[in-house]
Design a protein around this ligand. Structure first.
Ligand code: TXA
Ligand code: MG
Length: 319
């Protein structure tokens, strides 16, 4: 086996058939493995095993009432765990594999650990597009629960190094698939009732509305209990974050967008897809400079800009 051993017994697994085989074996043994997806790295465990799922919450310091997304290899596998529907079929045809999570009624015979759904009657499912995630899901051939692979409330990981910095010693392995190409988490679409955007993400709201032929309801923080995990403060760097900034204050570094002077620029060309891919990496890098604050330039509230602004608002929220 060509995996290397890092400190505190977290193995770094290479982007190879051996690496995927080792990751699948660790999952089968009830272990925790960070896996690359096209959005962010996920912290994976066998969704049928209570102890493995409980260890996810412990490793992240995640509140138990915040449910997890189950990752599947294909639509057939999804149908084993949720009550599928024609609307689910329509959006899955259009956007799977990809950065879209569907919330559907949980099947009573799903066999999943109740910790996965935090006892909700619904389940979030996603078929990721990253080739390594697909290889792992096919080889493991079972449901994989995976939240983002960061300590709860902190900046999400888009490289294996980000994962290692937050979780080394707490998990068995990290499958290194390089940087995540999309860079923000999946869009979460609620389909257990009226189609509702529960979290903006890598698939733009506009694209979903076009596919469904109707406008979506949009979940607002504080609405009922539809998305219990939509905590207000999240993605928080060590430094404070100030949004819609046009100039620097004392002690700040600047996260820019579009042609401007700044410390790091999400996209000098003003491209929202490039900006999403750079978002968490730039936040990690600016935070590592140890500033008092991070000032962020305005980002347009359209397409992927909605997901970027959602993450930035949470990063800036009172803690
Ligand atoms: O791109 C992604 O979605 C990444 C990758 C790893 O797949 N995963 C991710 O997981 O972002 P996490 O746990 O960081 O965020 C999942 C969100 C949480 O806000 C959780 O509350 C919500 O999904 N969620 C999970 N199950 C739900 C359900 N049944 N109903 C409503 N929201 C749910
Ligand atoms: Mg997360």
């Amino acid at each position: 086996m060509s995996n290397t051993q890092s400190s505190d017994s977290t193995e770094t697994l290479p982007d190879s058939a051996d690496g995927v085989a080792r990751a699948a074996a660790l999952l089968a043994a009830g272990g925790l493995v960070a896996m690359p997806t096209e959005t962010v790295y996920g912290l994976a465990a066998d969704a049928r095993k209570d102890r493995a799922v409980a260890r996810i919450f412990n490793a992240k310091g995640r509140p138990r009432f915040n449910p997890l997304i189950v990752h599947v290899a294909d639509v057939e596998m999804a149908k084993r765990y949720v009550e599928w529907s024609s609307l689910a079929d329509r959006v899955a045809q259009a956007f799977w594999p990809g950065a879209l999570t569907l919330v559907l009624p949980l099947r009573t015979d799903s066999g999943l650990s109740p910790l996965v759904t935090a006892d909700l009657p619904t389940l979030a499912v996603r078929m990721p597009a990253h080739p390594l995630a697909q290889d792992l899901l096919r080889l493991f051939d079972g449901p994989v629960a995976a939240p983002s692979a960061n300590p709860s409330g902190k900046i999400s990981p888009t490289t294996a190094d980000h994962v290692a910095a937050g979780l080394t010693g707490r998990i068995e392995g990290i499958l290194d698939g390089g940087p995540c190409p999309v860079g923000v988490e999946s869009t979460i679409l609620g389909l257990s009732g009226t189609p509702t955007l529960l979290r903006p993400g890598g698939i733009p709201q506009e694209a979903l509305e076009q596919c469904l032929g109707q406008p979506l309801e949009v979940y607002q923080n504080g609405d009922a209990l539809t998305a219990p995990g939509q905590m207000t403060s999240h993605y928080a760097p060590g430094a404070s974050v100030r949004l819609n900034a046009d100039a620097l204050a004392e002690g700040e570094v600047m996260l820019g967008f579009g042609a401007m002077e700044c410390t790091l620029n999400l996209s000098p060309a003003g491209d929202l897809v490039e900006a999403a891919a750079n978002l968490f990496g730039h936040l990690h890098a600016l935070d590592a400079m140890g500033p008092e604050g991070i000032a962020v330039a305005p980002i347009p509230e359209t397409g992927l800009g909605r997901a970027i602004n959602d993450r930035l608002r949470r990063a800036a929220a009172p803690r």
